[in-house]
Design a protein around this ligand. Structure first.
Ligand code: NDP
Length: 327
């Protein structure tokens, strides 16, 4: 038997339950991983709340962790027991001591990267990779807007942008978070609880505005994000921390300057093993070079059984950078 977090109905953090499960043997193409550190992602709150409804209940939670291989299925060729691995986009259920994961979702974790660093950076770092290198190729010296810059994805984006020589203008919810984002490499910050986003961005760019906005906040920032774009600029809407964007009037894109909009997800950018290896090698080399540092605050390392507290902290906006569950 192994312990895991699950939920039997959608709702707030209090629906999370701490239960025993029988993980079962891995199927032919699966690898059984003993999780050493589990990544907490804002997406997990959408799954728990029902914004992204579960196919069946009760359901496990979480898609990302780092750990050691304990067993492999008969057709697994890339991994063996004892290997250090990290995974993202696994079938839901990573909030567990043991998880069976298809081999195409796993990467070998370099020895120089700890389990905690791996679990705190894999899904978020792969996301930043596709956003800044594929959805739109951010150029050295180019200014762009990135919302929630002191969050898990945000702090990696600040560091990646700095390494590229690009000017990330990050929104944040407090003065403390502004300082954290700037230390990580943000070129400038906007406190969106106090400042008008579009006016401040216009001042920071001498009225030029930007060619790309990365928006994971959703409903609350949609309109302001469009107002930050140059004609024919690109709005990358990749999350819903304040609620989903609905009911878009396409004429609005015309009026605001023939804008483009995309709504990407990691699943659309990592569709096979080759894409996973390419992106994870770039991420690992950014970490190995020291360009991206992954430090998780001690108060954001929660025992696995305390997943409820972890979700409360994330949704109350009291966290900065990544948070972890430790089995
Ligand atoms: P974060 O650590 O960034 O936490 C979310 C942050 O959003 C908060 O800390 C808060 O920062 C900000 N925020 C703004 N408005 C609200 C609100 N009303 N309620 C709660 N938070 C708010 O989370 P992650 O790093 O895990 O994820 C960041 C975003 O990226 C999420 O929206 C997630 O869904 C998205 N994502 C999308 C992916 C994709 O491929 N499409 C993949 C991975 C993540 P502050 O206090 O500074 O405002």
């Amino acid at each position: 038997m192994a312990k895991r977090i699950q939920f039997s109905q959608h709702g707030g953090p209090n629906v999370l339950e701490w239960v025993d499960v029988e993980p079962g043997d891995p199927t032919d193409f699966e690898v059984q991983v003993e999780n050493k550190a589990i990544g907490i992602n804002y997406i997990d709150t959408y799954v728990r709340s029902g914004l992204y409804p579960s196919a069946s209940l009760p359901s496990g939670l979480g898609t990302e962790a780092a750990g050691k291989v304990v067993k492999v299925g008969a057709a697994v060729s890339h991994f063996k027991p004892g290997d250090r691995v990290v995974y993202a986009q696994a079938p839901i259920g990573a909030y567990s001591e043991i998880h069976n994961v298809p081999q195409d979702r796993l990467a070998h974790l370099p020895d120089a990267i700890s389990f905690e660093q791996g679990a705190a950076s894999f899904l978020k770092g792969l996301t930043v990779h596709y956003l800044l290198r594929q959805t739109y190729h951010v150029a050295p010296g180019e200014a762009f807007l990135f919302h929630a810059a002191a969050g898990g994805v945000g702090l990696i984006a600040c560091q990646w942008a700095k390494a590229l020589g690009a000017h990330l203008i990050g929104t944040v919810g407090s003065a403390e978070k502004a300082a954290i984002a700037q230390r990580a490499g943000a070129w400038a910050t906007i406190n969106y609880r106090e400042e008008n986003i579009a006016e401040r961005l216009s001042a920071l760019t001498d009225g030029k505005k930007v060619r790309v906005v990365y928006d994971s906040v959703g409903k609350d920032t949609w309109e302001a994000s469009l107002d930050c774009l140059q004609p024919r600029g690109l709005m990358v809407s990749f999350g819903n921390a304040s609620g989903p964007v609905t009911g878009i009037d396409l004429a609005q894109l015309n009026k605001k300057g023939s804008l483009y909009v995309t709504r990407p997800s990691l699943f659309g950018y990592i569709t096979n093993r080759a894409e996973l290896e390419l992106a994870s090698n770039e991420l690992f080399s950014m970490i190995a070079s020291g360009a991206i540092k992954i430090d998780v605050a001690e108060k954001q390392k929660f025992a696995l059984r305390d997943a409820q507290q972890a979700h409360i902290a994330l949704e109350n906006r009291t966290t900065q950078g990544s948070s972890l569950l430790i089995p």
